[in-house]
Design a protein around this ligand. Structure first.
Ligand SMILES: C[S@@+](CC[C@H](N)C(=O)[O-])C[C@H]1O[C@@H](n2cnc3c(N)ncnc32)[C@H](O)[C@@H]1O
Length: 272
């Protein structure tokens, strides 16, 4: 078992509705960028591991033959299916399952992705190995992970609010053993067998009409906040909400862009 509570499905189950509604503004630019690296064609078969509500799957589907989306959170997959139905998309097959043990045969996909998902796996090496296994020789994989919080004003603002609510929560320091470290990222991808690996930095900026809008976006789509609410109970949570909103009101200038940065790891399965 991993110590990271986000390695379990439950917090993601609880946040799925808000994630579908509020996360695209932050997350979708990274999926759009990831798709640019994969050389997709109308015949491509794509796999989206830890697909969530389908950020990447829904962008990819109109350009390719098929998308296999998988996530261990059933509510996330339910939201993905609802969004696909609403958009009239019929070529996504979504499955509830673990990204560390993919229920797909070897060599079956032309491109594979895991956007901000594999980074949470307790056994990342299995996540990379499984992605490698299900790709055909010559296929491309793109995996994303957040850069250190220090490099992301949007994340720093969020952690500032968390700290205001609970002074025991500190801004996370860079973890050089994780995918926050591009060297570790590259080594782990190579270790799974990928070649011509490169780690690219990508940033996106968000503007909010004001602190209230920023708060709504945070609270509805953030799994760590869902966990905080559950662990402290409703009375303390109400006090914390007040403290977090007050922090954002004081520190966020309406309309000001806040950037956030991720690393995209791109690798290729060697030709047979
Ligand atoms: C931050 S969300 C990212 C979702 C989506 N890929 C995106 O870019 O918006 C992380 C997702 O990883 C999923 N996840 C985490 N660990 C997983 C695992 N071991 N197997 C499958 N899905 C997992 C969660 O359920 C959640 O939907």
């Amino acid at each position: 078992m991993s110590a990271n509570p986000l390695a379990a499905a439950e917090p993601w189950d609880l946040v799925a509705d808000g994630y579908a509604e509020f996360a695209p503004a932050v997350m979708q630019p990274f999926s759009a960028r990831a798709l640019e690296f994969a050389g997709l064609t109308p015949g491509s078969r794509v796999v989206d591991v830890a697909a969530g509500t389908g950020m990447l799957s829904l962008l990819a589907a109109p350009r390719v033959a098929s998308v296999a989306a998988i996530d261990f959170s059933a509510p996330m997959i339910a939201r993905l299916n609802a969004a696909a139905d609403a958009a009239g998309v019929t070529n996504i097959e979504a499955t509830v399952g673990d990204g560390q043990a993919l229920p797909f045969p070897d060599d079956g996909f032309d491109a594979g992705f895991s956007m901000f998902g594999l980074m949470f796996f307790p056994e990342r090496a299995k996540g990379f190995a499984e992605l490698f296994r299900v790709l055909r020789p010559g296929a491309t994989a793109v995996v994303s992970s957040w850069a250190p919080v220090l490099e992301s004003p949007l994340m720093r603002m969020m952690f500032g609010a968390f700290h205001a609510a609970d002074p025991s929560i500190q801004e996370p320091q860079p973890n050089y053993l994780s995918l926050e470290n591009p060297e570790v990222f590259e080594t782990e991808m190579r270790g799974a067998g990928f070649e011509a690996v490169s780690i690219q930095r990508h940033s996106t900026s968000l503007r909010f009409a004001g602190a209230d809008e920023m708060w709504e976006t945070m609270v509805r789509s953030s799994a760590p906040l869902v966990l905080m609410r559950r662990s402290v109970g409703e009375t303390v949570w109400a006090e914390r909400v007040e403290a977090m909103r007050a922090y954002l009101t004081e520190h966020y200038r309406p309309g000001h862009p806040l950037s956030t940065t991720a690393f995209l790891g791109i690798g290729h399965k060697p030709e047979a």
